[in-house]
Structures are given as C-alpha cells and as structure tokens.
Design a protein around this ligand. Structure first.
Ligand SMILES: Cc1cc2nc3c(=O)[nH]c(=O)nc-3n(C[C@H](O)[C@H](O)[C@H](O)COP(=O)(O)OP(=O)(O)OC[C@H]3O[C@@H](n4cnc5c(N)ncnc54)[C@H](O)[C@@H]3O)c2cc1C
Length: 387
C-alpha cells in the first residue's frame, strides 16, 4: 500500500477547483431553476482540456485513467455544481469508453478527437419504459436496410442530455426476442437525427440544468459503420464500462456530500439559538461528523476501485461497494445539511435543498441500491440469484 500524496493528482484537483470557483452556487441555482444547460461552465471545462482527460492521447485526449477522471468529477461536484455540473460533461468525458475499447477505426477517428475538445455532445440510450432494470427485455429494434445500414424504431426513457447531444450511444435489439438473454443486443453510436426522433424532457425532482428525456425513434436510418463492436455483443460492450461508471458516480456523490457538509458546518458555526451556536449541540455536530467519516470511507473505496481498474485488476466488488456507500453517505450528508439549516434548509437560497434533491438520485441511477446489493450477494457472497 502506498498512500503518498500524488502531486499530479493534487494539481488536477487544484486546477479543476480554480475553474469551478468561477461558477458559484447562485449560478447553479439559477441554471437549475431555469432548466438551462450550463454552457458557460461547459466551455470553461472544455477550454481547460478537461473533457478529454480519459480519451487516449492518439485521439487528442489526455490519456489518463479513471483515477484522474474521477478526481475531475469529484471536484466539480464538491464545488457546489453537483450533478448539474457533472452530467453536463461526464458523457462526453467518459460515455465513449465502449467506442475506445470496441469501436472501429472510422468511429474512433471521427468522434474521439471531437469529444476530446468538448465539441461533441453525447447521450446514452439504454433504459426503456417496459424493460426497466432488466435490459434483456428492451424492444427498440434495428433492422437491416439491405444496403449495409440499419433502421431504428422504438422508445427510450431517461436519455440524459438528449436535447444537447449530436450523437447517442444506443443499445438496440438486432436479433432475438425480449427476455431471451442479452445475445441479440447491439450497440450503435447513432446521430440523434431530429427528422427521425422526437425528444421530450421528463419533468423531474432535481438536476434540472440537464434534462433527461423520452426519445421516440421512428425509422431512423443509421449507417453500418456506426455499429460499436460486434452485432449481438452490445450488452457485453456496455458491461465493460459499468465499473468505471460506478467509480465516477461514487466520486460525484461524495463531492455533493462534501459541498453539503461544508455549508452545514459554516451555518452551524454562525447560527445562534438559545444563546449558543447550534453547532455546539451534539445533535447537530455528531451527525455531521458521521457524514464526514462515511464520505471519507466511500472515497477510499472509490480510490481503491479506480486503482484496480487502472491496473487491469478485477474491480466489480470495489466499484459496486464504492457506489453503494457513496450514495448512502451523500444522501445522509445532504439530509443532515438540510436539517442543520432548519427551516432555511428548505429555502432555495441556502442551496442544500438542491444538493439533497441531487443526492437522492444517486440511490436510483445509474444503478439502484437494490441491484447493487443483488450484485454483491450473488457475485461476491455466492448467494443464489434472487430474481
Ligand atoms: C435523472 C435520471 C437520469 C437517467 N439517465 C439515464 C441515461 O442517460 N441513460 C439511460 O439509459 N438511463 C438513464 N436513467 C435510467 C436509470 O438508469 C434507471 O432509472 C435505473 O437503472 C433504474 O431503472 P428503472 O427506473 O427502470 O427501475 P425499475 O427497473 O422499474 O425498478 C424499480 C425499483 O424496483 C427495484 N427492483 C427491480 N428489480 C429488482 C430486483 N430483482 N431485486 C430488487 N429490487 C429490484 C429497483 O431497484 C427499483 O428500486 C436515468 C434515470 C434518472 C432518474
């Protein structure tokens, strides 16, 4: 074990902190309230070269690992930008991982350099209303057009950033029937061609600077070279990216928790009731201390998972554990921050209610806590599959 501080990692964190400092909580509150994409922030991050940090150097990226990408997202979230900031860019930063790993040369050379500069906006279309967590039941279908291309029809739900995105990493059925396993699913990097798809934002609780949408595909043509990897192996190509995604999201969750604790501590050190600072009450200080410890533990697990992934080691247990612990710690921290503020915690201008709404999401998406427990019970503890 070597826990020596890494100067390169500290430099990344400091630099991202400096960019994020230009965008305070009022900026994020405003974007959230107006349901406006944070273009200014996105541009600052792109100009700083942060969007390409994990894209290979040969395509103009920074060639760094998940460890470094996670630091970027953690510092964005911890600045108070939370998921509004992270979701604005994390799909461009990391969503193309299946293309990096399995894409053909044309896909890589066409899209990765544009993602590295931040020019390309990417969405991720897997979830469907009738399939839910059981991806084997998706029904959005691609059929061959007889000229080497495909025609896609169907309906996806919760496609985040669809409004801004030029392309979507789209999992569709090319073979077989719903519920017959994962073999018939294929991945495409398709254009979100507005002539053939209808995009409707879903009104939702939080993270409102970035819409998540229902997307209806109506016989949308997709050229053959846009297939990512092999026909029928789309689900396996996506699986490859699930562990890193969990590690990144754990870092986002911990960042939100850090922002919440920071505000709570400031408030508890300023607010006097009954002639004493509220922070002097253990009913206020102990939960904040517990939240801090839980966040630190989750961050350590996330760092371990990232290190294992970057060093080519199996990391399913660590990535899932990190995501689970971080989601719980983040929500606990945000909830305690809200409680610490009393009635004003419920007021938008103190910002903790925004963190709280975002932290709640971490327990549902991109994977629910229940499915994470299923993974650990089955694959780590060796218990029977329960579903
Ligand atoms: C804001 C937001 C953004 C999102 N962005 C995207 C995106 O960009 N792209 C995308 O493809 N998807 C996206 N999603 C979808 C997200 O990944 C799913 O909502 C999530 O995986 C849960 O699936 P579901 O909503 O279909 O829940 P369901 O599968 O319907 O499950 C409902 C509940 O039942 C539980 N459950 C189901 N089966 C079991 C079981 N066997 N054992 C125990 N519990 C079970 C689940 O844990 C959950 O609590 C987003 C969702 C949200 C809310």
């Amino acid at each position: 074990m070597d826990f020596t501080p890494n100067p390169d990692h500290e430099a990344i964190a400091d630099a991202v902190d400096r960019v994020c400092a230009q965008y305070d909580d009022t900026y994020w509150m405003d974007k959230d309230e107006k349901h406006e994409f944070p273009w200014e922030f996105y541009k600052s991050m792109a100009d700083g070269g942060w969007l390409g940090i994990v894209i290979p150097e040969e395509y103009g990226g920074g060639g760094q690992g998940i460890t470094e990408g996670a630091i970027v997202l953690n510092r964005i979230a911890a600045s108070g930008a939370g998921m509004n900031g992270c979701t604005a860019l994390h799909l461009t930063m990391f969503g193309l991982n299946p293309v990096v790993k399995f894409g053909n040369d044309q896909l890589k050379s066409t899209f990765l350099p544009r993602a590295a500069t931040g020019d390309l906006h990417v969405a991720f279309g897997v979830t469907e209303p009738d399939a839910g967590t059981d991806t084997s039941r998706i029904t959005t279908r691609a059929v061959e057009d007889g000229m080497g291309g495909w025609i896609v029809s169907g309906r996806k739900i919760w496609t985040s950033k669809a409004l801004e995105s030029e392309v979507v990493l789209l999992l569709v059925r090319t073979d077989g029937e719903p519920g017959q396993g994962f073999g018939g699913l294929t991945l495409f990097l398709a254009d979100l061609d507005r002539d053939y798809c209808d995009i409707r934002p879903i009104p939702k609780v939080g993270r409102n600077a970035v819409a998540s949408c229902e997307v209806f595909y109506d016989e949308m043509p997709v050229e053959g070279w846009r297939m990512v990897g092999e026909r029928g192996k789309g689900f396996h190509h996506i699986l490859h990216g699930l562990n890193p995604e969990r590690i990144l999201l754990a870092n986002v969750a911990c960042g939100i928790g850090e922002a919440a604790i920071r505000r709570a501590v400031n408030y508890a050190n300023e607010r006097s009731v009954f002639g004493r600072l509220i922070g002097a009450n253990q009913a206020i200080s102990h939960p904040l201390a517990q939240a801090h410890m839980q966040l630190k533990a989750a961050m350590q697990m996330a760092a371990l998972a990232a290190w294992r992934y970057d060093n080519g080691l199996e990391c399913g247990e660590q990535a899932n554990t990190a995501k689970y612990l971080a989601a719980e710690a983040s929500y606990f921290a945000a909830d305690q921050a809200l409680q610490t503020h009393g009635g004003l915690g419920y007021a938008s201008e103190y910002h903790v209610e925004r963190y709280w709404r975002e932290a709640r999401l971490q327990r549902i998406a991109p994977v629910s806590q229940e499915m994470t427990c299923n993974f650990i019970a089955q694959n780590v503890l060796g218990l029977p599959r329960s579903y």
